[in-house]
Design a protein around this ligand. Structure first.
Ligand SMILES: [Zn+2]
Length: 66
């Protein structure tokens, strides 16, 4: 039994720049990672995704420590 789990988290959605916080609407069929931030050129992340969550946690750690 193959379960096809696509990472569709509902339609629409938002891509966010991990560097500067720029947000852009997610284009259906185009991964956020393939989009670039027009402000700083960084790869965008899907807002609310696992990776974005990780980044948030990393940031919080950095703010507390160092
Ligand atoms: Zn940016």
């Amino acid at each position: 039994m193959a379960v096809n789990r696509t990472h569709t988290m509902g339609r629409g959605g938002t891509c966010i720049c991990p560097k500067c916080g720029y947000e852009a609407p997610h284009h259906r069929g185009v991964p956020c990672q393939e989009e670039r931030c027009p402000e700083c050129g960084a790869k965008l992340l899907r807002k609310g995704s696992y990776h974005h969550d990780l980044l948030d946690k990393k940031r919080q750690k950095q703010q507390k420590g160092v």
